[in-house]
Design a protein around this ligand. Structure first.
Ligand code: SAM
Length: 503
């Protein structure tokens, strides 16, 4: 890194542009493609800034005192130095893959391919990690595209024999034998609105709050020649969240899922990732490592792709569903109030003291800590105002996002208006006592059912909570133990519990 940084600083000092300095830094490492990708690639993900005082820079380009520990370059006041562009990276979803992860993905994809691999593409190649991995693996015709000219400059030095061009990977391209990569993870709030609208027109099946990886992954698969392989690093959430369900269904219907690794951490990013390798047009088939066949998985609306599924899980859940009714047939299930909106921020309507027109209010953290504040409840002025009846009577309150943790739920009889970090279950019949419904939502057995149907995350939105299976037997005998009411034997109860506690 020291050499690449020194070359960059010298180039900038003599008046070269950032792009020229990045290219020279890459060329200084040309004898080792991985050093090009990692060191010059790191500089390509930076922007130049002028130092206001004398500083030292570490390998990770952290600013220290000149001469401080780990300092590899000294920058004088007034000189330009490279600053990691975290905001730009997040906006473009630019997180570069480690050598180990790129190599393993390329190797697994080559193993999964059923045709000889003559061509390989990374459609969002960035600084070229997957291109180097394909070069090492001996793929003859290597191609890379990206929108970021700085990153492409580095990739061209790392893999001089590859065809690398600035191109929008969301446009259809030539058929390839191998398509690999780590597409940009960009959640809806960071996406360009016009692009989102265009994508929805082109892929009418795109659903809800889709991440940009979904259309990228769909196009990557369409670009792969039948019998070839697609190997992608994707956010773990995309394999279980509702927005990914249409893509997962299309994949499982047509292609063979040859590898499903993870969730695993991705260095430098806050999200866990999975590695998915598909053999194009070789399905429906058994899902990698799970012994579950695509035809069984396709029976679930959500088509979750998780390694924890096992043969028999889906049949077990079918059995529970057959003898149950959904919770929302006995209760109104809705989200809490959104205490902010068109007329101002949350702080203007939530208060520490009681007052005229105010109702007791708690977000999930406060509710489960047994505290509350006071809310000016004014449905006409609030975003997503919910009717007061949802909160006034006895109800179950659940924390909405639990991830891999157990369900957190309690009964409220004090008329607390909970916020939208909670989901509320207000019974509209007294067929089953509220305490038994609370036992149901807190039971690891029912978490097990939801985790089979929706993947390992427990996101308890109203539609998820509304689907909790209430045993029909409870309508006449609510005291019957849950296992018995669902007709489970000891082995079945133990499997659902194991899934429910997330082991
Ligand atoms: C997560 S990075 C991955 C880079 C590289 N594949 C790797 O794994 O090291 C995603 C890349 O997608 C690129 N990108 C974003 N939108 C794109 C688009 N529409 N077409 C092509 N590339 C795009 C970004 O510039 C970024 O380099």
């Amino acid at each position: 890194m020291k050499r690449a940084l020194t070359v960059w600083l010298d180039c900038i000092a003599r008046g070269d542009s950032h792009l020229e300095a990045v290219r020279s830094a890459a060329e200084s490492q040309a004898s080792s493609p991985w050093e090009v990708v990692q060191n010059a690639g790191f500089l390509a993900r930076c922007r130049p800034e002028v130092a206001e005082r004398d500083i030292g820079l570490t390998r990770a380009l952290k600013v220290r005192k000149p001469g401080g520990s780990g300092v590899i370059a000294h920058i004088e006041a007034g000189q330009q130095y490279p600053v990691p562009d975290h905001g730009g990276r997040r906006a473009r979803g630019a997180f570069d893959t480690s050598a180990a992860m790129a190599r393993e993905t390329v190797a697994a994809s080559l193993r999964a391919s059923r045709i000889p691999v003559n061509s390989g593409l990374d459609p969002a190649c960035g600084t070229g990690a997957f291109l180097v991995a394909m070069q090492e693996a001996g793929v003859p015709d290597i191609r890379g595209t990206d929108l970021d000219e700085l990153a492409l400059t580095v990739a061209r030095v790392a893999v001089p024999g590859a065809t690398i061009e600035r191109r929008d990977a969301l446009q259809p391209g030539d058929f390839m034998d191998l398509v690999v990569g780590n597409p940009p993870f960009v959640p809806p709030e960071r996406q360009n609105k016009a692009l989102r609208t265009r994508l929805r027109t082109r892929f009418p099946w795109l659903r809800g709050r889709f991440d940009l990886v979904i259309p990228f992954a769909a196009i990557a698969t369409e670009t792969c020649r039948p019998g070839g392989a697609v190997g992608l690093i994707l956010p773990a959430a995309s394999m279980v969240q509702n927005y990914g369900a249409p893509l997962r269904r299309r994949w499982v219907e047509r292609h063979r899922v040859a590898v499903l690794d993870g969730p695993m951490p991705f260095p430098g990013a806050a999200v866990d990732v999975v590695r998915v390798v598909l053999c194009a047009d070789d399905g429906p088939a058994e899902i990698a490592d799970t012994k579950v066949h695509a035809s069984a998985l396709l029976a679930l609306d959500h088509v979750p792709l998780v390694r924890t599924m096992a043969p028999g899980d889906i049949g077990l859940v079918d059995k529970v569903r057959e003898v149950s009714v959904p919770l929302n047939s006995l209760a109104r299930v809705d989200t809490g109030v959104v205490a902010h909106g068109v007329h101002g921020s949350k702080d203007r309507v939530i208060h520490a003291e009681e007052g005229p027109g105010r109702v007791p209010y708690a977000d999930a953290r406060e509710f489960f800590a047994g505290t509350h504040r006071w809310l000016d409840y004014n449905p006409a002025r609030m975003h997503r105002a919910k009717t007061p009846e949802l909160f006034n009577g006895p109800k179950i309150v659940l924390q909405r996002l639990r991830g891999s943790g157990p369900v957190r739920a309690a009964i409220d009889e004090q008329g607390i208006f909970v916020g939208h970090t909670c989901t509320v279950v207000a019974p509209n019949s007294d067929a089953v006592p509220l305490t038994r419904l609370l036992d149901l939502v807190r039971s690891p057995l029912s978490s097990g059912v939801l985790r089979v149907e929706k993947g390992s995350r427990l996101d308890l939105y109203p539609r998820d909570v509304g689907s909790f299976p209430v045993p029909k037997a409870w309508l006449s005998d609510p005291d019957m133990p849950l296992e018995e009411a669902w007709g489970l034997d000891a082995r079945q109860a133990s499997r659902l519990t194991q899934l429910g506690v997330g082991t």
